[in-house]
Design a protein around this ligand. Structure first.
Ligand code: NAD
Length: 478
């Protein structure tokens, strides 16, 4: 059986409770025995980062960029190992892990290159003897707090711009996937990142996460996670009296609208990929299908037909379409949502059961779902798709916007006018037309609306660098 004990012993060095890192495809398989960090460990990590922040911040940004470029290359050279670890730890299929790791390599390269051109802007002054320009400086110590569902790419899209901009960072991955996080740290140090510029703290959110967020030397917190945790962290930062920067990317309840006259084969493919790819454990997952009545019959038929050949199994097994959910808690939560769907009047048209061994759950589709039902309103974060028919396009748009979340929203349509009305009317940070709700490009900014994000600063793209740096405005008279 695969063991990652050496990796854990090298990078996860807490002084707190013991925790077994488990393989969700076989929860009896312990990948490594970990020792979690304590509040004191977290405090020490922030202090170490503070000690290194001035030197790293003063390192010319092209030199920082060269280290990140190298990290991207090194990660590519061990991509298969990281992908396998990711699949063992999180459960997604190997092809899904490979795509995530490839994205992480590209993120380090992108921000490595961006570091060569970090700078401010020059503006015309109304005074002929003044040069007016801005310069960008690092913030100091930043906290990077990440969820388990993209344990390589989310840390990469935060750490790469944070380090490129010259900050030291304390990185707290989710306790369900700490070893993928450790691997990123290992790659960065091999690429030449000075030790201590980045510290890994593995521990419980309410304990070490809280300690990091509250620490006076942490100048910015970037957290991706659930809306409940984000709201809590927002309150903690709001009670600090030093205006710590905050970036929150949170839960989703993304809808895909299928218009009448749409290509139903395409719509079914997009729905299946968006809802059940990554086991539905993506903040951009399609969890609601809003279908115009005239398209509903044909779409349901095609959906069910595609899912009949859907193969479940361990993510490491070739040919598997969907791996297990991440851990027993999420497994119980998903099954509880399925029960609530049945209890609240949803009609199961596919799946609906656990599929042992391991933490596998059938791809589940409920028909007849309406607002007010938990599976319509709440984020499940598992392989559960709800289908709601709409009698008109206006009603479909209203249904899309009727939840608390606003992460991504999609439409499958050939009607140019409706597509444009959708783009204008939908309350979501990312809009997809004839494309799956999942999948983001790293050069484009993204961030959720409503309870899907704080709306303060965008992630990815050039915009991410703004969050991780401060801008000084210089009026240079001569
Ligand atoms: P979570 O909110 O439980 O945890 C996220 C991180 O916050 C973890 O590292 C956790 O330990 C930490 N944390 C928990 N309590 C904390 C506290 N009091 N102080 C500081 N840190 C604390 O989320 P999760 O279960 O790991 O991930 C799933 C959630 O993440 C889903 O809601 C999903 O939609 C969301 N997500 C959002 C995006 C996005 O970009 N919007 C991307 C991926 C996942």
């Amino acid at each position: 059986m695969k063991s990652y004990q050496q990796l854990a012993d090298r990078w996860v060095k807490g002084n707190g409770d013991h925790l077994d890192d488990l393989d969700p495809a076989d929860p009896g398989h312990v990948l490594a025995k970990l020792r979690l960090s304590t509040r004191e460990d977290a405090r020490a990590a922030v202090e170490e980062a503070r000690g290194k922040s001035a030197e790293w911040g003063a390192t010319p940004s092209p030199k920082r960029g060269a280290i990140l470029l190298k990290a991207g290359e090194l990660m590519e050279s061990v991509a298969e190992d990281i992908s396998e670890l990711l699949t063992y730890e999180e459960g997604k299929t190997l092809p899904e892990s490979r795509a995530e790791v490839a994205r992480s390599c590209a993120l380090f390269k992108f921000y490595g290159a961006m570091a060569y051109k970090l700078g401010g802007v020059t503006l015309p002054s109304s005074d002929p003897n003044t040069r007016l320009f801005t310069v960008r400086i690092p913030l100091g110590v930043v906290a990077i707090i990440t969820p388990w569902n993209f344990p390589a790419s989310i840390p990469a899209w935060k750490l790469a711009p944070a380090l490129a901009a010259g900050n030291a960072a304390v990185f707290k991955p989710a306790t369900k996937t700490p070893l993928t996080g450790a691997k990123i740290l290992e790659v960065l140090e091999k690429a030449g990142l000075p030790p201590g510029v980045l510290s890994l703290v593995v521990g419980r959110g309410g304990e070490v996460g809280d300690e990091i967020v509250s620490h006076k030397d942490v100048r910015a917190v970037s957290l991706t996670g659930s809306t409940a945790v984000g709201a809590h962290v927002g309150k903690v930062l709001g009670s600090k009296d030093d205006f710590t920067r905050i970036q929150l990317e949170l839960g989703g309840k993304n809808a895909l609208v299928v218009d009448e006259g749409a290509d139903l084969a395409l719509a079914a493919d997009l729905a299946v990929r968006g809802a059940f790819g990554l086991t539905g454990q993506s903040c951009t997952a399609t969890s609601r299908l809003i279908v115009l009545e005239k398209a509903a019959g044909g779409l349901k038929e095609k959906l069910v037909e595609r899912l009949k050949s859907w193969k479940l199994g361990p993510g490491t097994q070739a040919g598997v379409n969907m791996g297990p959910v991440v851990d027993p808690d999420q497994y119980r939560k998903d099954l509880d949502y399925i029960e609530s769907g049945k209890g609240e009047g949803g009609k199961l048209i596919h799946g609906g059961r656990a599929a042992p061994p391991g933490l596998l759950i059938e791809p589940t589709v409920f028909d007849g779902v309406s607002p007010g039902m938990r599976i319509f309103d709440e984020e499940v974060f598992g392989p559960v798709l709800s289908l709601t028919e709409a009698e008109s396009f206006d009603r479909a748009l209203e249904l899309v916007n009727s939840v608390d979340y606003g992460h991504t929203a999609g439409i499958v349509s050939n009607d140019n006018r409706r597509v444009n009305r959708f783009i204008d009317g939908v309350q979501a940070g990312v809009i997809k037309v004839n494309k799956p709700t999942v999948g983001l490009e790293l050069q484009a900014p993204f961030g959720g609306f409503k309870k899907s994000g704080a709306g303060t600063w965008k992630e990815m793209g050039e915009e991410a660098l703004e969050f991780y740096s401060a801008e000084k405005t210089v009026y240079l008279g001569y």
